[in-house]
Design a protein around this ligand. Sequence first.
Ligand code: HDD
Length: 722
Amino acid sequence: MATKKNKQILSDKKADDLSPDIENAEGQFLTTNQGLRISDNQNSLKSGERGATLLEDFILREKITHFDHERIPERIVHARGSAAHGYFETYESQAHLTKAGFLQKRGQRTPVFVRFSTVAGSRGSTDLARDVRGFSVKFYTDEGNYDLVGNNMPVFFIQDAIKFPDLIHAVKPEPHNEMPQAASAHDTFWDFISLMPESMHMIMWAMSDRAIPRSLRMMEGFGVHTFRFINAEGRSSFIKFHWKPLLGVHSVAWDEATRISGKDPDFHRRDLWEAIESGAFPEWELGIQVVAEKDEHKFPFDLLDPTKLIPEEMVPVQRIGKMTLNRNPDNFFAETEQVAYHPGHLVPGIDFTNDPLLQGRLFSYTDTQLSRLGSANFHEIPINRSVNTVHNNQRDGHMRQQINSGKVAYEPNTLGGGCPFQAGRAAGGFSSFTERIDAKKIRGRSRSFFDHFSQATLFFNSQGEAEKAHLTDALRFELSKVQVPAIRERMVGLLTQVDKKLAADVADALGLKVPAGPMLPMNHSVPANENPKNFQPVKLTLPIEASPALSMENTRKDSIQTRQVAILTANGVNDAALAKMKDALLKAGAQCKLIAPKLGFIQGISGASLPVDQSFLIATSVVFDAVYVAGGEGCIQQLIAEPDALHFVEEAYKHCKPLAFEADARELAEYTYLHHKFDEETYDPTADGVIMPGKGNFPNDFINAIKQHRFWQREKAGKIPA
Ligand code: HDD
C-alpha cells in the first residue's frame, strides 16, 4: 500500500510536499548539525584577538569536517550529467503485450526522473564533447521503480560486457598524463577500436552529428538491447525501446561545438534548465518495435547483438506514450548526482534477453552504486526511493534511514505473522520469463554475432550528403589527432569494409594509401576455435540498402519552439520593424535576445527605449539558432563599426544558420563575407536561409528558415573565413 508521502509523489506534486528533508530556511536561525543556534559565523574561536585558533572550536571543526567530505566519487562513466523531473503518460493500454502496471490504461501518468549525460568526460567537462549521450529514465511506478538506462544511439561499441572496462580505459584520458579530457581523438581509443571490428557500426554513429546534439531536448533515446514484454498470459514479445523528441533531432556543426565548449561549457545543461524554467517543457514519445517470439530468427542479424538495430522500415516503431519534463531539480547533488539507475530495476511485464552486454550490466550498476554512494542503503536516498513502500528483511548498514520495528527480520516466521510474505503472480509478484536453456557452458560468441559491417554500411548509406561529409570530416579529425601511423592505417583498413569512398576520403586526409582490406590479425573478433589469421570479414545482405529513419535530414522540421534568435541592434534602430519581427518570432515560440554594443538601453527612431540583453562583449553567435539584423540608418552604421557584430554575422553564416536582414541592414552584409550573396542576380535568398524583405512575408520567411534548422549546402560553396 502506498504511504501518504508516496501517494503525493504519484499525484505528481511539487517536491516540497514529497520529503520532510527539503529545507525551507526562510526566517530560520543558522544552526549546527545538532540543531544548536550559531551566534557568529564570521570568526573562529581564538585565544585573544590576535591569538591562535582553539581546538575547542567545535563549530569550526564541524563546518570544516563536513566541507572536507562534500564530494563522492564521480561516476566511472557518464560523470557529466543534467537531469529533470516529469511524468510519462500512456497513450493506449499495452495489456496485449505487457502486464506492466504503468502501461495498462490510456492517460495513466507515472512520475519520472531523467538524467542525460556524456560518457567520457569528468563531471566538470564540457557538454559539447563529441560523445554518446546517456538517456536514463527512472519511472516511479506503483509496482516499484523501473529504469530504462539507454543512450542517444541505438547500438553499442562492444558485444560483450567483459570488454567494457577495456573500452572505457581506452576512451578516457590516457593514464600517464590524464589527457585529453572528454575526447575520443587520441591514440588509446583508436588503437582499441582499430582492433575491434564489432565497433564499426557504433563508430559510424559516434562520428556522425548525433554525437554533437543541438540540445538534450532534441535527441532521440534508445534502450539499445532487445528486451522482452510479458503479458498476463505469460506470452513474451521482443521489444526495442525508442524515445522520439517532439522537437525533432538536431545537431550543431563540429566547429561550432568546439567554440561552444569555450564560450559556454554548460550549454546543454543551461538549455535544458532554461527551457523548463520558461515553461517550454521538453517532450518525447516512447516508441516500441515489437517482434513476436517466433520471429526471433527471421532477421539477417541477431536480436541479442547490441551492435545491431532493427531498421524501422523492417519493424515500424509504435508510439505508446509521451514523457514530459516539467520540473528542474531542487538540488543538483541530492538528485542528479545521487540518482542511481540500474537496468535491473524492473517491474512485472518487462524482462531481459540474453544479450551478453546487458547481462554484464546487470552486475555493474549495483556494484558501482555501492562504491559511489557508499552504502547498501542507497535505495533510501529520496531520489532513489520507490513510491511503492519497501518491505523486506534487509537490515542495518551505513546510514540506514528506515527504523524497522519489531523483532522479526527473517522469513519464514510465525512471530511476525509470516510477514512480509511472498507475492504470487496474481498479487503482482515478479517472475522471470521461463526461457528454455539447454546449452554447454562456454566462453565464446554465436556465429550470428560476426557480421560487423553490414549495418555500419547501412547507416552510412542512409545519411544525406551533408551528414556523410560531416562523418568523413569527423573521422579525418579524430585520426589526424592519432600519433601512431599504424593505428591510422588499421582504421582505414576497417573503413574499406564500410564504404570504399569513405575509406579513400579519410585516407586522403591522412596521406595514406587505401589498403585492400582490414589488417590482420583481428584477434578478438573471430569465432572461438578459429584461427585469427584466417579472419575473413563477414558481411550479410540486408533486405534494404538504406534506412531513411536513420538520417536526421528526415526529422520533423515543423516548429521553432525554444529556438534562440539573436537580434543585432544599436541606437537609432527601426524599432517598429524590430517589434514586428520579434512579435512574430515570439508568437511562433522562439526566444529573442537583443544584442547591442553596450548594455543598458538603446533608443529607437520612434523614441522607444529598448532594454539590451547582452553586449557584444559576452554575446556569441554559437549559442544562437538564428540571427536577425535590425534596420535603421544609425543602428546599421554603429554595427558596421563594431568588428564583433560583423564576426557574429559571418560566424552564424559559417555554421549554416538562418539570417534575416532588414532592407537597409543589407549594407552591413556588404562588409562581411556575405556580400557576394547579394551580388548575383539569380540568387534566391530563401533557398540559402539568408532572408531579406521581398515579395513574401518577411517574418514568415525567416520563421520557415529557422524550422529548417541549418542550411548545410552552404558548406559546399567552400570555406568561410570566420
Ligand atoms: Fe552503462 C552508467 C548507459 C553499457 C556500466 N550507463 C550508465 C549511464 C547510462 C549508461 C545512461 C548513466 C546513468 C546515470 O545517468 O546515472 N551503459 C549504458 C548503455 C550501455 C551501457 C546504453 C550499453 C548498451 N554500462 C555498460 C556496460 C557496463 C556499464 C557494459 C559494465 C559492464 N554504466 C556502467 C556503470 C555506470 C554506468 C559503471 C556508471 C555510473 C552508474 O553506472 O551508475 O555501472
